[in-house]
Design a protein around this ligand. Structure first.
Ligand code: PXP
Length: 259
């Protein structure tokens, strides 16, 4: 079964709304792990709008599963990542004016900036992943640069406006997944995934990890973090084993009903 990475940035966003000391994203990470999270994901943004340096340091010391740091390739952030040495770093695009990460990192265009960062992470023993759009040229560029993994941006799938559009975007994700797996990459996915749209993705074999933040933190406000994570994990399991009505049994049932 694909692993569940829980992104806890939004807990820090609530804290920063008051610049107070609660709710603590470190506490959220513990609760998420108790609910079954396989990975804790955070994004140390250059403007520190939610996660702080203190959070990153304490998470590094307390997360018992796997710590995944989302980051830009800005030099001061890379320096912090190399000191922290989380299990995995995911390179993402970052713009100050965006509300959240919008789309993938253009590894094709930025290969000269991205390549050296991958090398430095590798030498530090940190797994490197790139958050990319599900396009074959992006996957190929990540292979060329020596990434261990890619995280496919699922935002287009999540925001599809029709079933046909969703299907096409799912196909693009499957094509990028297959291309990544064929070339030896570990393939993760994330962004915009919710309790309503995750199952079709979970049913696709091959994804290693789904990183989900907003939907889980939103639900946690009402049912608690532990329960919210437990429910998302249950959907990943259910998605992997979709309920299939065997046509023959169905016919037999129908026959029995008709008498
Ligand atoms: N993966 C990456 C690389 C992200 O930047 C984000 C958003 O911070 C997520 C996953 C989680 O997205 P969401 O909050 O929409 O679940």
């Amino acid at each position: 079964m694909a692993r569940l990475g829980v992104n806890i940035d939004h807990v820090a966003t609530v804290r920063q709304a008051r610049k107070a000391d609660e709710p603590d994203p470190v506490w959220a990470a513990v609760e998420a792990e108790l609910g079954g999270a396989d990975c804790i994901t955070f994004h140390l943004r250059e403007d520190r709008r939610h996660i702080s340096d203190r959070d990153a340091e304490v998470l590094r010391r307390t997360v018992a599963t796997k710590l995944n740091m989302e980051m830009s390739v800005a030099a001061p952030i890379v320096k912090i990542a190399l000191e922290l040495r989380p299990e995995q770093c995911t390179l993402v695009p970052e713009r100050r004016e965006e509300v959240t990460t919008e789309g993938g990192l253009d590894v094709v265009r930025l290969r000269r900036r991205v390549g050296p960062v991958v090398g430095r992470l590798k030498r530090a023993g940190v797994l490197s992943s790139a958050f990319i759009e599900p396009r074959l040229e992006q996957v190929r560029a990540c292979v060329d640069l020596g990434f261990d993994a890619v995280e496919l941006w699922t935002g287009a799938y999540a925001h599809a406006r029709s079933a046909a559009q969703r299907e096409r975007r799912l196909e693009a994700l499957v094509a990028a997944l297959d291309a990544g797996l064929d070339q030896g990459l570990t393939v993760h996915a994330g962004h915009g995934l919710t309790y309503r749209n995750v199952e079709p993705l979970a049913a696709i074999q091959g994804f290693d990890e789904f990183n989900i933040g907003h939907s889980i933190v939103s639900r946690a406000m009402f049912v608690g973090m532990r329960e919210a994570v437990r429910e998302m994990k249950a959907l990943l399991v259910r998605g992997e084993r979709p309920l299939v009505v065997c046509p023959d049994e169905h016919a037999e049932d129908a026959q029995a009903k008709r008498g």
